[in-house]
Design a protein around this ligand. Structure first.
Ligand code: MGD
Ligand code: MGD
Ligand code: SF4
Ligand code: MO
Length: 763
């Protein structure tokens, strides 16, 4: 892998911050928007962010308050996402004439993104090393021909990243299924797939069961494997509201993340000049991948207390709504405290402190993100968290429940719209009935399987609606080779990224409108809708003129491609492109909960989707009940001299989009090639903070036993013994495609066994 340009002398390390947001967040937000968009235009744009008639934040999926909004309904990182999209910079054909693909491969993710918006369709011919402009009709007809040339529809894969609107997503899956395949991998496969799989088995719905109001009024909130200060910053306002109602917060994380320590709300005087609000009441420094033993310990503490005569368990709930309790109880009681302590890295006393908080609460919520979903035993993590809540009846009642905190702004909505390689029969039946064609029933490839299929020559064309598939996947080496075997790869994009450089034999870039931009079609200006992390469907109205006259909306790209690729289709794609309301009429017919879709958004602007667990305490599972599931502790073997490493996000990136080389809360400035290690481990390993190292990862059961990324700087950090952390995507090459979660097939990006070696050049 080519190294990003890094000058280690630029690295400055300061102490980790002990509070988040406040004035520095406001300054950072305005600095970003003023530099990239201009002070006046930029500030005006921010006042429309997350407003009822404004546009939905292109950042994360955190919900907005229902129907009541303040003037500033956004966070620092939302402002960064907006500034990044609304930037005045443009990557024109002159740029692509100047830089060859090889030149661009030498550049960092940050540099590529910094070149500005993509403004016209571009084509990379086989054997050529420069992209050149191409007309929309030539580009789309090339894709249509490429698709129709395949021996089977299953030789194409259609990726989606979670920024795509409901309308574009619905139309896209309709195109893909009428073309004849369910090969619809998406970023969810790398993200919350483990949550979907785990929750569906236990409670019958792959989504969360709480609303914003529930969270803000619950009595105890357990936050597992999540860094909301950077990745869902407005969650801190909700946690603050909950604290003010007396909630207790427990943070379970190998890192004592700044955002969960103390929050200075920049919208309050107290947040500007005062000390802010302390958030977490208890911090559990769990070892990486130590959550299964911790959760078993928590359940054990509750069950043992109940057995000892304290009324801790909700026996009525368990008897009436749950299945499998006795077997679960036996398994939990048979798990020893010695094993729990050893594998979680926590003491019985610490776990009992968390159990005290659970016992004192009648309304408990568990929130989580990637720290739980990106491990081999991720589905076990999710199921044990759910089971922990079930013990006290914390499901299907107000202010209690499960809260997977989603990543991309519409990743949840895309799934609801049918972006899924394993669609349910009921969804396919409804699609078939509404659109009157034989939909493919065979399940398709997920993200990892798509790469494997490309490597085997089974997939020859990749079409990606957004995202940075190459860079987001593990094992860049293998992914690159697999992509190179494709006849054609197509990226629908707003900004330049590495997926435009590591391509199939030929490649296309189709430039798309972003969320901030006005989307005008024949019937007038269009709005789109998205679904947030808590199942609320909202509208988004683009506000600024498009970055170029040549941009098309994602809906228009899909409709125009469908028109060319499916000439026999009886579906009137152009009519739907001209008026997105017709797409919403289709959604209303196919997807439960979207009845009178157009009318409801026109009248209300937003509405909540039905949720059996939350609304009716109904569990549509194989047993008809909420299931307790037995999971054993499967600890990862970390040989002597090795550490277990998680790959995490910095404060100044959005996934593979890097805004700067700083990570303010963790005290890192000027470099991303960092490994965080405990000082005692450094000492034992004979290493020192500031030293340059190569990271080796170890896979004794794989063909390639050792993988290496070079030139990282060691930074001593407050992290449990035996653990390490480094940023994604610079470290993705350390992870083979085969290292995935059981059942969900999500890459185990956060369980990487590594060793550290002083870089050759520095010995
Ligand atoms: N600004 C910004 N916002 C974003 C994103 C972004 O990149 N930048 N990305 C978006 C997307 S797509 C997503 S999915 C979310 C991601 O949001 P997060 O999941 O918060 O993101 P990560 O940085 O992957 O952080 C995972 C957290 O889990 C902890 N962790 C890692 N391993 C373990 C473990 O074994 N156990 C426990 N208990 N904790 C662990 C890490 O220390 C870290 O705090 O954010 C979304 N929002
Ligand atoms: N090691 C490691 N790897 C990981 C993770 C990890 O924690 N560790 N996290 C995983 C997770 S949770 C996720 S979600 C994936 C992210 O995977 P992706 O969603 O594929 O990646 P992003 O970086 O979000 O994609 C950024 C690109 O999207 C395009 N884009 C932005 N906005 C729009 C738009 O409105 N329309 C269109 N068409 N394109 C747009 C831009 O061109 C931009 O360069 O990465 C995964 N990879
Ligand atoms: S919390 Fe997420 S959705 Fe809300 S403004 Fe910040 S980045 Fe945007
Ligand atoms: Mo994600």
């Amino acid at each position: 892998m080519k190294k990003n340009t890094i000058n280690v002398t630029n690295l400055q390390v300061t102490d980790q911050k002990d509070w988040a947001a406040g004035v520095p967040a406001v300054i950072s937000a305005y600095k970003n928007i003023s530099t990239k968009v201009g002070p006046f235009k930029g500030t005006k744009l921010l006042t429309q962010l997350n407003q009822i008639e404004g546009f939905d934040c292109p950042g994360c999926a955190w919900p907005d308050p229902l129907l009541k909004r303040s003037t500033f309904e956004f966070c620092e990182n939302g402002a960064k996402a907006v500034a990044d999209e609304a930037t005045l910079k443009r990557a024109t054909f002159k740029f692509f004439a100047k830089y060859s693909i090889d030149d661009l491969k030498q550049k960092s993710d940050r540099w590529l993104n910094d070149q500005g918006r993509l403004v016209e369709p571009l084509f990379l011919a086989e054997g050529s090393d420069h992209y050149q402009p191409i007309s929309w009709s030539d580009a789309l007809s090339m894709i249509a021909k490429g698709l129709n040339k395949l021996d089977s529809p299953n030789q194409a894969a259609f990726y989606t990243s979670g920024r795509t609107s409901n309308e574009a997503a619905f139309l896209y899956q309709l195109l893909v299924r009428q073309f004849g395949t369910n090969n619809l991998p998406d970023c969810s496969n790398m993200c919350h797939e483990s949550s979907g799989v785990g929750l569906t088995e236990t409670i019958g719905i792959g989504k969360g069961s709480v609303s914003l109001d529930d969270l803000e009024n619950s009595e105890a909130i357990f936050i597992f494997g999540q860094n909301p200060g950077s990745n869902h910053p407005r969650m801190l306002s909700s946690l603050q509201a909950a604290k003010r109602q007396g909630a207790k917060i427990v943070a379970i994380n190998p890192l004592d993340e700044t955002g969960l320590k103390r929050f200075k709300n920049p919208q309050e005087i107290e947040g500007v000049i005062g000390a802010g609000t302390a958030l977490r009441d208890l911090y559990l420094p769990v070892k990486i991948n130590g959550d299964v033993p911790l959760l078993k310990g928590l359940c054990k503490a509750l069950i043992e207390r109940d057995d000892a005569g304290q009324a801790v368990l909700d026996k009525e709930f368990i008897a009436k709504y749950c299945y499998g309790f006795e077997a679960f109880k036996q398994n939990i009681l048979a798990t020893s405290w010695v094993d729990i302590e050893q594998h979680s890295g926590l003491t019985q006393i610490q776990i009992n402190q968390a159990a005290d908080i659970a016992c004192a609460s009648k309304k408990t919520i568990c929130c989580w993100a990637m720290g739980m979903t990106q491990h081999k035993n991720a589905v076990a993590n999710i199921q044990l968290m759910t089971n922990f809540l079930m013990l006290q009846g914390n499901l299907g009642k107000p202010r209690a429940g499960v809260c997977p905190v989603r990543g991309h702004s519409n990743v949840q909505g895309d799934r609801t719209m049918g972006i899924w390689e394993k669609p349910s029969d009921s969804f396919l039946d409804a699609l078939q009935q509404t659109y009157n064609f034989a939909v493919p029933r065979e399940h398709g490839y997920d993200a990892v399987e798509s790469v494997e299929a490309m490597a085997q020559g089974k997939v020859k064309l990749l079409f990606a609606l957004g995202g940075n598939f190459y860079r987001a996947m593990p094992d860049h080496g293998a992914t690159k080779q697999a992509l190179a075997k494709c006849e054609l790869t197509v990226q629908v994009s707003t900004k330049l990224n590495q997926s435009h450089l590591y391509t199939g034999k030929s490649a296309l870039i189709l430039p798309a409108l972003g969320r901030t931009e006005i989307d005008r079609q024949l019937s007038g200006i269009q709005i789109v809708t998205v679904e947030n992390s808590m199942g609320v469907v909202q509208t988004s109205h683009g506000k600024i003129p498009p970055a170029s006259d040549l941009l098309k909306s994602e809906v228009a790209i899909v409709a125009d491609l469908a028109t060319m690729a499916l000439p026999e289709s009886h579906i009137n794609w152009q009519q739907m492109k001209n008026d997105y309301r017709l797409i919403r009429d289709g959604i209303a017919q196919v997807i439960p909960g979207f009845e009178n879709f157009n009318q409801r958004i026109e009248e209300l602007g937003e509405f909540e989707l039905p949720n059996d667990v939350r609304d009716q305490r109904k569990f549509v599972t194989a047993t008809g009940k909420a299931n307790f599931v037995v999971h054993d502790i499967e600890s990862i073997h970390v040989p002597e001299g090795c550490l277990i490493m998680m790959t995490i996000r910095s404060h100044d990136q959005f996934n593979t989009t890097v805004y700067s080389n700083n990570d303010r809360y963790r005290g890192i400035h000027g470099s991303r090639r960092i490994v965080f290690v405990n000082i005692d481990d450094l000492e034992d390993l004979g290493l020192q903070t500031g030293q340059q190292v190569d990271i080796h990862s170890h896979w004794p059961n794989e063909k390639i036993k050792t993988r290496t990324v070079e030139d990282f700087t060691l930074v001593q950090f407050d992290i449990p013994r035996g653990c390490a952390a480094a940023y994604y995507p610079e470290t993705n090459d350390l992870i083979p495609l085969s290292s995935v979660a059981d059942k969900s097939n999500t890459p185990a990006y956060k369980s990487v066994v590594i060793s550290l070696h002083v870089s050759d050049s520095k010995i």
